[in-house]
Ligand binder design. Structure first.
Ligand code: PEP
Ligand code: MG
Length: 757
């Protein structure tokens, strides 16, 4: 039976009691101890804890009812660390039915809190600053009511006043303050490559000191420069031929472009010019680097910044050749297991480190299109980017955990946390091995229903992974990805060559090519659209394709040429109504006519589909099904429009849940209509790769799921443990409920029915 809310009458009584208690005499610690006990009992919580901000950055457990008393004044969390740290960082209440499931959960064994699941934390705010956090916890996985949240917020407000008025937390508590520089810290970033790794921090620095700036003899400096450039090119060739990078893919393209830059005439000429002006070769390199840094400091375009990282990398490499220190990092000085930290890295800089020792990478800069991220994926190294203040906070030799699965870095974690992660890595490896051994088993439910598992791809290496994980095909090939790593808009022959490679690599597996989804935030360096105020709802995808038909037609032409006598599946992104699909098909028909006229052969089979990412399209389903061979639901975009909630905004990330009655109702009704029309409708958004979300999708009627290759094993295992008819009945019940989210109910169902999630 869930605990009852105090309601308004109850909260007034509680406030009176809090006030009386705080104004009573006695030692402040004793009063705080009685206070947390009072709040816990009034709110029917098993735990109530008060954390107070120390030295403006550490939250210290000051009093608790329910957690172990020995944790008081011992447990400390940084801003942003753990749920309490997150409440302090955001200055907002956070209510979680299962705090341990939250990626920010920071386990502190001294508190004994592992038995508590639900948690509600509210900030103590004084003059707009967070001065502490008040939290309650319960063993059961329960959702706190709005009344309860409000009650705790009001108690927190009163507490702030009383703490200030009584000077309770003043000089006396300051005695407890000690240095915080060695405290554990959690940093958030964006995952550039999944996986978990740990090791010692190694800041990437080359530490070059230039002793001589002015050239004594310009001609001999020019010769030195040429010699070093020549040596550097030779060494780069050797580096790029490393066996683990030999396989073809975008990483090769990135590295080869980098190699091309090394021989770039403009760059070499600028270096020479600086030497002719009287500088030594090494001073010339630094001067050119400095000029470039000044120019680049104002550039926001991620692509151009990426080019800059390439040039900075090359400059450093050249300096090493000039000064005699060979480009490769000295293995002897480096820890056995290292995490490389840097502001940014050029694509080839990773290759300077011994791959046996290099376990993970964290960058202060660096977005998903960073070239070094593509190389890290090829090398299988977990990597995180956009970690603000990283270099300020990390000291060489600090122990670090890179958690690419949850976009977080744990800096100087406690021993218990390290052990926890070491166990987690082991379990992860075991689970992966178990999933890998399932690779050839059919994705069939307990009641004999067959599901199709596909992968989402963007890089060529994703296609090899589709084979490795035993997927049936490529459910979504994002063609904009190869466009993004190129220098200029690829012409038709280049595109033909690329699509041909994709189809050949996929062998007999079908590939669903999605035409370009550019514009808005997916900018191409050579494509200058005017910036939209709301880019994701702006001029993007098929909207650009229809307004600039020459571009779309060239892509369709290339796809038709590449797919002669092969199976071609084509789909158009961001279709808002059926007429847009009809216009796109019309362009395809014209391209087909041209292709045949030029003597080309037809594809062995041609299927044309639309992505369902705009809710309006659901009100045209009969017409849509009649005009398409298949439909693929892009839940990432679809649900951001459905809930009017930006998919990339961390403040909204947990506000709405796809596992909610409205979203499930929407999918259920869509799939009912699809089944009635015998239409093929698949799901290719991120949710298809998360076990609980994929479970809900199956319950709503989806039978084809497309996901990142790494998720296939886990989803296959989930499917094989499931009775689909029972699940469908349960989902029918869930969609009738008035709840904000049914996630916990679905999780409970999965656990009770032995479904592997
Ligand atoms: C989607 O919107 O769900 C989708 C698969 O497309 P993208 O993530 O590339 O926008
Ligand atoms: Mg999309």
């Amino acid at each position: 039976m869930p605990p009852q809310s105090t309601g308004w009458g109850g909260s007034r009584r509680l406030l009176r009691q809090v006030r009386d208690l705080m104004q009573s005499g006695g030692h402040w610690q004793d009063r705080l101890d009685r206070l947390v006990r009072l709040i816990a009992s009034d709110m029917v919580a098993e735990v109530c804890s008060l954390y107070v901000m120390r030295a403006g950055e550490v939250l210290e457990l000051f009093a608790t009812w329910g957690l172990r008393p020995e944790a008081v004044h011992r447990t400390r969390l940084r801003m942003g660390e753990g749920i309490v740290g997150e409440v302090a960082l955001t200055g907002r209440a956070l209510s979680l039915p299962d705090a341990q499931e939250h990626p920010n959960f920071a386990y502190r064994p001294e508190t004994g809190e592992e038995v508590y699941h639900s948690m509600l934390g509210v900030p103590l705010l004084r003059e707009g600053r967070v001065i502490g956090v008040l939290a309650v916890q319960n063993k059961t996985r329960r959702s706190y009511t709005d009344d309860e949240i409000e009650t705790l917020e009001i108690v927190a407000m009163v507490l702030v006043e009383l703490i200030g008025a009584a000077g309770l937390i003043g000089e006396e508590e300051e005695r407890h303050t000690d240095s915080t520089t060695s405290l554990p810290l959690r940093l958030s970033g964006i995952a550039l490559h999944e996986g978990v790794a740990m090791g010692e921090a190694v800041p990437h620095e080359r530490g070059i000191v230039i002793k001589q700036v002015v050239a004594e003899d310009v001609n001999s400096e020019l010769e030195r420069l040429d010699r070093s450039l020549h040596e550097m090119l030779g060494a780069l060739d050797t580096l790029l031929e490393r066996s683990e990078l030999a396989e073809s893919g975008e990483h090769r393209e990135v590295l080869e472009t980098y190699r091309m830059f090394a021989a770039d005439r403009g760059w070499i000429e600028r270096l020479r010019e600086a030497v002719r002006g009287g500088l030594t070769a090494e001073a010339a390199v630094q001067r050119v680097q400095k000029d470039m840094r000044t120019r680049m400091s104002k550039v926001r375009d991620p692509y151009i910044r990426e080019r800059y990282a390439d040039m900075e990398d090359l400059g450093n490499r050249l300096l090493h050749h000039l000064l005699g220190a060979e480009g490769s990092a000295e293995a002897g000085d480096l820890p056995e297991e290292m995490i490389l930290v840097a502001r940014t890295l050029g694509p080839a800089e990773l290759l300077d480190y011994d791959p046996q020792r290099l376990k993970g990478v964290v960058l202060e800069d660096g977005g998903p299109t960073a070239h070094v991220a593509i190389v890290a994926r090829a090398m299988g190294i977990p990597m995180l980017g956009r970690c603000p203040d990283l270099l300020k906070l990390v000291r060489p030799g600090d122990f670090m955990i890179v958690d690419g699965d949850h976009g977080q870095v744990l800096l100087r974690p406690r021993l218990s946390v390290r052990e926890h992660f070491a166990d987690a890595i082991e379990v992860r490896d075991q689970r992966r091995a178990a999933f890998a051994s399932n690779r050839d088993l059919p994705p069939e439910t307990q009641d004999g229903r067959r599901i199709s598992l596909m992968v989402n791809a963007g890089l060529l290496m994703d296609i090899s992974q589709a084979h490795d994980c035993g997927a049936e095909g490529i459910g979504l090939y994002r063609t904009e990805v190869p466009f993004m790593v190129r220098e200029a808009f690829p012409d038709v022959p280049t595109q033909v060559d690329f699509y041909d490679r994709v189809l050949s690599l996929a062998e007999d597996k079908p590939v669903t090519f999605r035409t370009l989804d550019i514009g808005g935030d997916k900018a191409l360096p050579y494509w200058s659209g005017t910036p939209d105020e709301n880019p994701v709802m702006g001029w993007r995808a098929i909207r650009i394709g229809l307004d600039r038909p020459a571009m779309l037609r060239r892509q369709l032409r290339a796809l038709l040429r590449a797919a002669e006598e092969r199976h071609l599946r084509l789909m158009f992104p961001m279709v808002s109504d059926v007429s847009e699909l009809a216009r796109a098909r019309d362009l395809l028909d014209r391209e087909m006519e041209r292709h045949l006229k030029e003597g080309g052969r037809e594809p062995a089979r041609l299927e044309v589909g639309a992505m369902l990412e705009v809710p309006a399209l659901v009100w045209q389903l009969p017409a849509l099904f009649a005009r398409s061979d298949f439909v693929s639901v892009g839940s990432n975009d679809l649900f951001q429009f459905f809930f009017a909630s930006d998919r990339g905004n961390p403040r909204l990330a947990r506000r709405y849940d796809v596992l909610s009655p409205p979203a499930l109702n929407f999918m259920r009704s869509l799939m009912q209509q699809a089944h009635e029309a015998d239409a093929q409708v698949s799901l290719c958004g991120e949710m298809a790769g998360h076990p609980l979300e994929a479970l809900a999708a199956l319950g709503c009627g989806f039978r084809i799921l497309s996901m990142p290759p790494a998720a296939v094993g886990q989803i296959r295992t989930m499917i094989r443990s499931l009775d689909l008819s029972e699940l469908e009945n349960f989902v029918d019940e869930l969609i009738q409920r008035p709840d904000h989210s049914v996630r916990e109910l679905l999780r409970g169902y999965a656990i009770d029915h032995g479904i592997s999630i």
